[in-house]
Design a protein around this ligand. Sequence first.
Ligand code: SF4
Ligand code: SF4
Length: 468
Amino acid sequence: MAHYSEKYDLFLSATQSFCHLCNNINHLIDTHVVTKDNEVYLRKFCPKCGESMVKISTDFNYYKTCESYLKAPDLPEKPLTQVLRGCPFDCGVCPQHQNHPCLALFNITDECNMKCNICYYAAEPGLGNHRSMAQIEKMMQTLLSTESEPDLIQVTGGEPTTHPKIVEILQYLKASPVRHLMLNTNGIKIAEDESFVKALKALGGGFEVYLQFDSMTPSVLKDIRAQDMSKVRLKALAMLEKYNISTTLVMVVKKGLNEQEIPEVIRFSRTYKCIRGVVFQPVEEAGRVNAHGDFRITLSEIRKIIIEDENNPFTSEDMIPLPCDPHKIGVGYAAKTMETDESGKAFAKLYPVTGQLPKSLITEHKGTVIFEKDKDFVKSVIDTVSLDTAMGEGILKNKIKSKLFCCWPSFLTPEDMGYENVYRLVISEFSDVVNFDSTNIKRECNFMIEEERIIPFSTYNMGIKFSQ
Ligand code: SF4
Ligand code: SF4
């Protein structure tokens, strides 16, 4: 018999979710967004399990800030499915979705040379299924049918570097109409095969490596990755630094395990010229992960650690919501110059810029891409940032302007001109059966590209049975 007893302070809105107690992802249940003790919860009503409360933010004030950053929808050019059963069963992309694919993920293989405990894809050695060039070309056609000027493609898997044609695939995608290309990797091939790194370098500007980097501690790496990856990561970074290939570190965060290392990972990232910033991903329930437990961490908790860390310059004003999906992505951008610390080692000096921009500039900007075409917007950004940064107007005008606002979490510059002067921190939280909110999911801008459809990354990982 269902039992309803939870107390709360404020009712904010009504939405729908799934019951994570009976793990039923076939039927949505009524859900309220409520506050309790200045934190925000999903209050779920399951006919079978009764009421449950899931914490989605530890900071009600920041939650309200997120609501105020929401910008007008930026719709996909053409839907690929119809509305039959309703969201999220009609992915995708269906006419209800509110965002175009800022980030298009091309999954090119199920194979992996690792077996991480936190793998959302449950990849492992022996799974194979490398996608053919014909399949990858079909994925590209499908993406182009709904997004004629795709901004960013990320090649992923499995571990994409296990694909025997990885270089050919990267070259093909780089030559496509897409503006920027990323390789999501565990770094093993980069650490071990210098000729592969040379091939990556030959791809030129607008290419970036998205490198797993969860911890500096062997025992933590063993928990997350099932092996100590410390030496591999350092070797891979030495290669990327040698060839100056733009790199973003990606840190999966598990509460009680590695969140206290966030300041240290930020500090470490500043010792490399090639590193453009860090992306923090709260561990999600998908693939091999059962994330019902205490190790769930919210975006607001990670943000708090960043802004309370006195050794990095990002303040509360600098870590702001991304306007196209404000509750799920937080960003902070800085201009960067490499200098030397007191011991004579290279260390990035950072000048955060996001906190200096008027909010209206950010929320009223019409889209997330084609920044260069919006001359008035560019001018106001430069005027604003030039006022009080030590970087000087020259760098801002020539190097930062084309990179500040184009698809914030992962944008690159077309020719990499001056991209070495950009540094960013991004907190990117995905949806799973526990924190699913049918209102928010319509704003997701990361899409998995398949041969016939494109699917928001979270609903793809949840294993939802789609209606068409
Ligand atoms: S998540 Fe988006 S694409 Fe999928 S059903 Fe909902 S609105 Fe449609
Ligand atoms: S998380 Fe990445 S490296 Fe680890 S098993 Fe999954 S695909 Fe492989």
